[in-house]
Design a protein around this ligand. Structure first.
Ligand code: HEM
Ligand SMILES: *[C@@H]1O[C@H](CO)[C@@H](O)[C@H](O)[C@H]1NC(C)=O
Length: 518
C-alpha cells in the first residue's frame, strides 16, 4: 500500500496538472494532490449539505466549522465561493490564528484549468460596513469591520465614561437606522400574537427611568489570559472593554405588561426573553430578570442625556444591568417571549466558558450555561510615581500616613448581578503583602435606582491607593471582593477557557524602573 501511495504522489508530481491516475478514488489522496473543478465548489453553497469555500487555489470543507464560527451563520454567505472578498471586508479575519483555523479544513486544490494567474476568480460583494459611523481616534482599535475598539486607560478614570470614548463592541455592521420616532419594536407574545410599538409610542406611554450602569464585554482582559496562560480565540482586549454610563429609557417589565404578559402569574412554560437586533445579532435573558421589579432592565433610548450614538444602539437598545454586555442587545427590533433561549451563536455557543482542558475543536456546547451575570473583576488603570513634596497634605498621604516618595495606583472594580464591591486589595510586591485601596464615591447610590442595600449595585467602584516606593518590588497586583465574598482567582490557568471569556484573575502590572526605589 505504502508503495502505491508514494507512486501516486510521484505520478502526480510528474504529470501535473493532469489529475492523478493511480488512485482508485480521489478521496484517498492527500488534500495537496486532490483537484476539484470550480463548478463543483459552487454546488457546495448554502443550499447544500456540506459547505465548501476557497482561498487562493485551496479548497476547504468548512461544514464542521460553521457551528463553531464566532461570527455565526453570516459565514454561509461565502459558501460555494471565495472567502477573500469577505475577509477583505470583515477585517477581523486578517490574522494568523484565523488562517490556522482555516487550514484544518483543507481538502483539495482547485483544478489549474480554472485558475487565472494561479488563483480562482473571486468576484465582488457589497460592503455592509459602508455606512458605519466615524469613531473617536482615541479609541484603541482591535478590528475595523466589525468595529471593536476599547477605551484607553486614561479615559477609564472618570466615573462616567465619556460617551464618545466608550468602548465599541460590534459583532456585525451598524444598521442604517436614522429615524428614532418611527423605529418599530415588535413584541411576540407566548401565543405568537405580535404587538408593535414605535419608539415614539414607548416615550409617550411609559414612565421614564434612568440608571447608572457598567457594561462589560465578556472578553475584557482576554489578552491577560492569553499572555499568562495560552492562546485564546477572540479579540485581545486589555482593561478597556468596560465603561459606565447613565442610561435612560422605559422599564421592560412595564412594556411587557402593556403588551399582554401577566407579570404576577406568567405562564409556567415561559422561561426566556429573546432579543433581536436590526443587523441580525441575537441573545436572550431569563424571564425572571426581565420582569423582576428590582431587575431594572430598560429599553434605553439615551446615554448620558443624549440620544444613543449609532455605535451604541441608536435608536433603541436593551440595557440589562449586572449581566454581561452581550445581552444588552443594540438596535433592538424584536422581543420574543419564549420557552427557550435565543438560538443564536452568541447565546448557545460563543459566550460560554469551558474547562481548561476543552479544546476549541470539540466543545460540548450544551454542557455549559450561557454567561449572564458576571463574576467579580478589577483592574489597575494608572500607576504614577509621586515625590514626597507633591504628596504633602494630599488626602492619600493622610490616609496612608505617607511622608516619602510613593507610587499612586488607580483602577476600577466591578461585580455582576448587582453585587456590591466591598473591598479592593492592592499588593506592591507580587502578592506578599497587601493594603486596602480607597474606594471612591459610591456610584451605585447615584443612579435613580440601583443601590447596594437591595443588590442593585449596577455600576463599578473606582479606587485609589498609595504605597511607599521602598515597598515596591516585582509586580503590583489588584483583587476585589464583592458582597457575597466572591474573590478573583490569583492566576489564569485554573479558569483558562479557549474563548478567553471572563478573564478575571488578579491584574498584575510590572513595576517600571521609575516606580522602583531610587
Ligand atoms: C472558514 C472561514 C472562516 C473562518 C475560519 C472564520 C473565523 C473566525 C474567527 C476565528 C472569528 C473570531 C475572531 C475574533 O474574535 O478575534 C471570526 C469572527 C467573525 N467572522 Fe469569521 N470566519 C470565516 C468566515 C467568515 C465569513 C465568510 C464571514 C462573513 C461573510 C465571517 C464573519 C465574521 C464576523 C462578522 C465575525 C465577528 C463576530 C464577532 O465579533 O463576534 N466569517 N471568524
Ligand atoms: C447552489 O448549489 C446547488 C446544488 O447544491 C445548485 O443547484 C445551484 O446552482 C447552486 N447555486 C449557485 C449560485 O451556484
Amino acid at each position: 500500500m505504502g508503495i502505491v501511495f508514494i507512486a501516486a504522489g510521484l505520478a502526480y508530481g510528474l504529470l501535473a496538472p493532469a489529475p492523478p491516475v493511480l488512485a482508485e478514488s480521489p478521496d484517498e489522496l492527500p488534500p495537496n494532490q486532490r483537484l476539484i473543478r470550480l463548478d463543483e465548489i459552487h454546488e457546495h453553497n448554502r443550499t447544500a449539505d456540506t459547505y465548501w469555500v476557497f482561498r487562493g487555489d485551496k479548497v476547504y470543507d468548512i461544514t464542521d466549522w460553521v457551528p463553531n464560527h464566532p461570527g455565526g451563520e453570516v459565514i454561509l454567505r461565502a459558501a460555494g465561493g471565495s472567502l477573500e472578498p469577505y475577509w477583505n471586508i470583515f477585517t477581523i479575519h486578517q490574522k494568523q490564528e484565523v488562517y490556522d483555523v482555516l487550514e484544518q479544513y483543507f481538502i483539495a486544490r482547485i483544478d489549474p484549468r480554472d485558475l487565472v494567474d494561479g488563483k480562482a476568480p473571486t468576484g465582488q460583494v457589497e460592503d455592509p460596513f459602508k455606512n458605519d459611523p466615524i469613531r473617536d481616534s482615541a479609541l484603541i482599535q482591535h478590528s475595523e469591520r466589525p468595529c471593536n475598539s476599547e477605551t484607553p486607560e486614561s479615559e477609564l478614570r472618570s466615573y462616567i465614561t465619556p460617551t464618545e470614548k466608550f468602548y465599541v463592541r460590534n459583532h456585525l455592521w451598524v444598521p442604517d437606522l436614522h429615524e428614532a420616532d418611527s423605529h418599530r419594536l415588535t413584541i411576540e407574545l407566548f401565543d405568537g400574537e405580535e404587538v408593535v410599538y414605535t419608539v415614539a409610542d414607548l416615550r409617550k406611554k411609559f414612565k421614564e427611568y434612568s440608571i447608572t450602569a457598567t457594561l462589560q464585554c465578556s472578553g475584557n482582559r482576554r489578552s491577560h489570559m492569553t499572555q499568562a496562560s495560552r492562546p485564546t480565540v477572540g479579540l485581545q482586549w486589555g482593561v478597556g472593554a468596560i465603561g459606565t454610563a447613565t442610561w435612560t429609557g422605559v422599564r421592560l417589565r412595564d412594556v411587557l405588561a402593556d403588551a399582554g404578559l401577566d407579570l404576577q402569574d406568567p405562564d409556567e412554560d415561559i422561561k426566556h426573553l429573546k432579543f433581536v437586533g436590526a443587523e441580525a445579532y441575537g441573545a436572550s435573558i431569563p424571564i425572571d430578570k426581565a420582569i423582576d421589579r428590582h431587575g431594572d432592565v430598560l429599553l434605553a433610548f439615551s446615554m448620558n442625556g443624549q440620544p444613543l450614538p449609532r455605535d451604541h444602539g441608536f435608536p433603541l437598545r436593551v440595557l440589562v444591568p449586572g449581566h454581561v454586555a452581550a445581552r444588552s442587545v443594540k438596535w433592538l427590533s424584536k422581543i420574543v417571549i419564549s420557552d427557550e433561549e435565543s438560538t443564536s451563536q452568541w447565546q448557545r455557543r460563543d459566550y460560554k466558558c469551558f474547562g481548561p482542558n476543552v479544546r476549541a475543536s470539540h466543545p460540548d456546547w450544551d454542557s455549559a450555561p450561557a454567561i449572564q451575570e458576571t463574576p467579580v473583576q478589577s483592574a489597575i488603570t494608572s500607576v504614577r510615581r509621586v515625590q514626597a513634596d507633591q504628596l504633602l497634605d494630599s488626602a492619600l498621604a493622610r490616609v496612608y500616613g505617607l511622608e516619602e516618595d510613593s507610587v499612586v495606583l488607580e483602577g476600577y472594580a466591578f461585580a455582576g448581578g448587582g453585587r456590591h464591591i466591598v473591598r479592593v486589595d492592592i499588593s506592591p510586591d507580587r502578592g506578599h503583602t497587601w493594603l486596602q485601596a480607597q474606594l471612591q464615591e459610591d456610584g451605585a447610590k447615584m443612579g435613580a435606582s440601583g443601590s447596594p442595600d437591595d443588590h442593585r449595585a449596577w455600576a463599578w467602584r473606582q479606587w485609589r491607593a498609595a504605597v511607599p516606593a521602598t515597598q515596591v518590588s516585582g509586580k503590583f497586583c489588584v483583587k476585589a471582593t464583592d458582597d457575597s465574598y466572591n474573590v478573583q482567582p490569583d492566576t489564569f490557568e485554573p479558569t483558562y477557557n479557549f474563548r478567553g471569556n471572563l478573564a478575571n484573575a488578579w491584574h498584575r502590572v510590572p513595576v517600571s524602573r521609575d516606580d522602583r526605589p531610587s
